[in-house]
Ligand binder design. Sequence first.
Ligand code: KG4
Ligand code: ZN
Length: 337
Amino acid sequence: MWAVESTPVNILAIESSCDDTAVAILQNGNILCNLVASQKIHAAWGGVVPELASRAHQQNIVPLVDAALKQSNIKKEQLSAIAFTSGPGLIGSLLVGVSFAKSFAMGLNIPIIEVNHMQAHIMAHFIDKPFPPFPFLCLTVSGGHTMITKVNDYFDSELIGKTTDDAAGEAFDKAAKILNLPYPGGPMIDQFAKDGNPKAFVFPQPNIPNYDYSFSGLKTAYLYFVQNHVKANPHFIEENLSDICASIQYSIIHHLLKKLLRAADDFEIKEIAIAGGVSANTGLRNAIEELGIKNDWNTYIPKFEYCTDNAAMIAITAYHKYMIGDFAHQSVSPHAR
Ligand code: KG4
Ligand code: ZN
């Protein structure tokens, strides 16, 4: 019998849409290496400074690609394609990844694959088994987006609800800033909330139709609540930090899950996934598991490293595009939205 020799599909993926420079290498659908260089510089400014982010990407990208190739034991000549995030994101940050990918691929004479960042967050569910079967509902919650998608196939999905103002991650970050917690605030709120009572303070639930979201009213109510209490007691924040964090986290999660539950009922779908940076939140992860048990759902919660921005999710999306020959042209440019 003849052994059939097949060349492995090796994809180098780059993610540089915001403040994390990330590089991953995938072989035949398996992640060999997943590296992230988080840019600490933004903490001092209380948020991402776009110009500083682009500069840091430029400094990080070459050493990170080098390290990823070494760790995966892959030579650049063995790469089948280079994938990159084309948007949405900060234009200067995206430009670094896109330009690097295009020139590297041109030098190696291999194809490029462009990946939409939000689609990649959902596709992160196809890195490790069990994979969700189609159709499934995915609540994608990040720093810039909040949406419910009905995913019919890898590249066929319907947006059924989205935020009409702030994203859930933004609500977490702003809530933290009001408490003078450092950026990014989401993980800080999560941390303090663990020791707090989620029912200690009650905030008004947003009232918005269909499967859409709104966080601006909740944010304003919370801001006035903190300001008024601090006026009466300057130590209010320190004395109640865990309870405040647990209560605002509870309000955000309650709004997120109420709409998800409604969508799952109306669409009669029991395969339910969460994705994006906020899906790293302990409260949300626990709440969706509980809701899953109550409603007989199969729930899909990404590993922590695949929740926040990473290049493994870009690599897996690119792999499925590679398999159907969906390559980009060298003239492709990044798009902020
Ligand atoms: O997906 P992501 O890494 O970047 C974007 O695509 O925006 O999401 C970042 C967002 C930030 O708002 C961050 O505060 C939030 O995810 N986040 C969290 C947690 N970890 C990250 N929010 C709440 N709890 C967490 N543990
Ligand atoms: Zn993201």
